[in-house]
Ligand binder design. Structure first.
Ligand code: DX5
Ligand code: ZN
Length: 218
């Protein structure tokens, strides 16, 4: 079994001091840094672009887990790769040429992830399962932090865990992860947990305990 990894989503951090926030979660035990990129078109919110990712890169050596909620996505893959992303994930719902996008990410030397919204069937994974390093299942509808976990995704998670079998693929969960919901998804087969509000609540002095609580609960 894979070790459980915690990936704090910086969407819930203080955007006026992003560099400091990243150094604080790094020092507090984050495994990956989850960066939510939203375009105001694929999802109803706008966040950050490749220049911000590039500016943050010197602040940590932890992997940048870049979650692209943008459509079209292909024109931006190279920019995020060059900005310092380690894992680049794209939504199955965001474009008609999944293989091309995933292969582009790998050809840029990065790990490729596929993301499914809560309403998307697991069969969307099947055609690309050998082209991905990571499968990310949304347990909220993407666009905002702090939303409630959708428990029915656990059924899909179990089926995907089975589809993956012994392939070298990480299974990540994003949305509403807390010490209460973490055990549900860990038990169903997830090994990477994104946590935004549950990591950043209480300010920097609480980050280590917040992440430890999720890890222990899982
Ligand atoms: C939602 C984002 C998530 C979000 C998670 O569109 O993809 O990564 O930041 O936030 P929490 O953990 O607060 O649900
Ligand atoms: Zn995300």
């Amino acid at each position: 079994t894979r070790p459980l990894l915690i990936a704090p989503s910086i969407l819930a951090s203080d955007f006026s001091k992003l560099g400091e926030e990243i150094r604080a979660i790094d020092a507090s035990g984050a495994d990956w840094i989850h960066i939510d990129v939203m375009d105001g078109h694929f999802v109803p919110n706008i966040t950050i672009g490749p220049d911000v990712v590039k500016a943050l890169r010197p602040h940590t050596s932890k992997p940048f887990d870049v979650h692209l909620m943008i459509a079209p996505v292909d024109p931006y893959l190279e920019a995020f790769a060059k900005a310092g992303a380690d894992i680049i994930s794209i939504h199955a719902e965001a474009g008609p040429h999944l293989h091309r996008s995933l292969q582009t990410i790998r050809s840029l030397g990065k790990k490729a992830g596929i993301v499914l919204n809560p309403g998307t069937h697991e069969r969307a994974i099947e055609p690309v399962i050998d082209d991905v390093d990571l499968i990310l299942l949304m347990t909220v509808n993407p666009g905002f932090g702090g939303q409630a976990f959708i428990p029915s995704v656990c059924t899909k998670l179990r089926r995907i865990k089975e589809m993956v079998g012994d392939r070298n693929i990480d299974i990540e969960i994003d949305g509403g992860v807390t010490p209460e919901t973490a055990p549900l998804v860990a038990e169903a087969g997830a090994n990477v947990l994104v946590a935004g509000s549950a990591t950043f609540k209480g300010g920097p002095s609480a980050y280590a305990a917040n992440m430890a609580a999720i890890r222990e609960a899982a």
